[in-house]
Design a protein. Structure first.
Length: 338
């Protein structure tokens, strides 16, 4: 019988980040500590999501809404508290912006660090009762030179983010991360409680075969969207139509798009002129990841990473994924804006 070789050397997320840190002599190690706090938050939320039914964490928090008007779920509130506590106690954060808090949270002196973290603690939470994949999305900015850490430090475009990532809580917990030099994916090994490098150097294919959009909004779409999605379903003779996949959890829809290619969209429409998704903690981090994986992210008119947030909860239209697919959308927006 052949003996299976036991693995004795694994690349964990922490080891990977430390390797990166060593490449930059000036690095203080603060980002490594901050990313450890984020990892802890993700492991903690993953455990709660997995046991949600058994711990009676399913359902609404009790009539509360967040600033965007979404009914808060118990797990939205718990996940938010988990991240705020983990981030604050890291001592590396000056400002936090969460989907679940109306105002930016300014960390008190003594615990204040030089980073700002914007996050959606539980994305796709309306799916939670049905056991569908949910996730956490986050982006990190450095506090501007000379600033003591105010809300202004996060009212910046995604092209100034230094780190972006998400953790998807599904059949396993998957962390996908960029430090600005490519994208890597890590899978949580529950046996040892560590994220292990499982998807090195993720690259989104230049063209895909899948589109992902809420087609229930078709009647509100502008002409560019109408023509674009129609063209995917009714391609010219000899070409195959695209397949439709829409989970309704941005993290899960984007994860599939990064791995398989194609396009994910939440466009502007006659009902919502900026779409639904929030710029700071949904669109910008996902656009950063997509570009780092070789894909593109546009509002239709401009690069998502160049959009400056007016407020911390501003919304932004988005089309992201395979470069060639996104460029088809850009061409149609140009055609109809003439
Ligand atoms: O139900 P809709 O309108 O298609 O919206 C789905 C979108 O809303 C979101 O659920 C919003 O996220 P939250 O659950 O964090 O509010 C995205 O994850 C998803 O892409
Ligand atoms: Mg969300
Ligand atoms: Mg959310």
């Amino acid at each position: 019988m052949s003996e299976e070789k036991v693995t004795t050397d694994i690349i964990t997320l922490t080891r990977h980040v430390l390797d990166e840190q060593r490449k930059h002599k000036e690095a203080s190690g603060d980002l490594t500590v901050l990313l450890n706090a984020i990892q802890l938050g993700c492991k903690f939320v993953a455990a709660n999501v997995r046991r949600a039914r058994l711990l009676n964490l399913i359902g609404l928090a009790g009539g509360t809404q967040n600033i965007s008007g979404d009914e808060q779920k118990k797990l939205d509130v718990i996940s938010n508290e988990i991240f705020i506590n983990a981030l604050r106690s890291s001592g590396k954060v000056a400002v936090m912006v969460s989907e679940e808090d109306e105002e930016a949270i300014i960390v008190e002196d003594g615990l204040k660090g030089k980073y700002c973290v914007v996050f959606d603690p539980l994305d796709g939470s309306s799916n939670i009762d049905a056991g569908v994949n949910v996730g956490t999305i986050f982006g990190i900015y450095r506090v501007a030179e000379g600033s003591s850490g105010t809300v202004k430090d996060v009212l910046r475009p995604g092209n100034e983010m230094v780190v972006a990532g998400y953790c998807m809580y599904g059949s396993s917990a998957n962390m996908v991360l960029t430090l600005g030099n490519g994208v890597n994916g890590y899978t949580l090994d529950n046996a040892i409680g560590e994220f292990i490098l499982s998807h090195p150097n993720i690259k989104v294919p230049s063209r895909g075969k899948i589109y992902s959009v809420n087609e229930g909004n078709t009647k509100y779409w502008n002409e560019a969207c109408q023509e674009y999605f129609h063209s995917l379903k009714f391609p010219p003779e000899g070409k195959n139509p695209y397949s439709a996949r829409y989970i309704g959890s941005m993290v899960a829809d984007v994860h599939r798009t990064l791995l398989y290619g194609g396009i994910f969209a939440y466009p502007d429409d006659k009902k919502s002129k900026n779409g639904k998704l929030r710029l700071l903690y949904e669109c910008s981090p996902m656009a950063f990841l997509t570009e780092q994986a070789g894909g593109k992210a546009t509002t239709g008119h401009k690069r998502v990473l160049d959009v400056v947030p007016e407020t911390i909860h501003s919304r932004c239209p988005i089309f992201l994924g395979s470069k060639d697919d996104v460029e088809d959308v850009e061409r149609l927006y140009k055609k109809y804006s003439k």
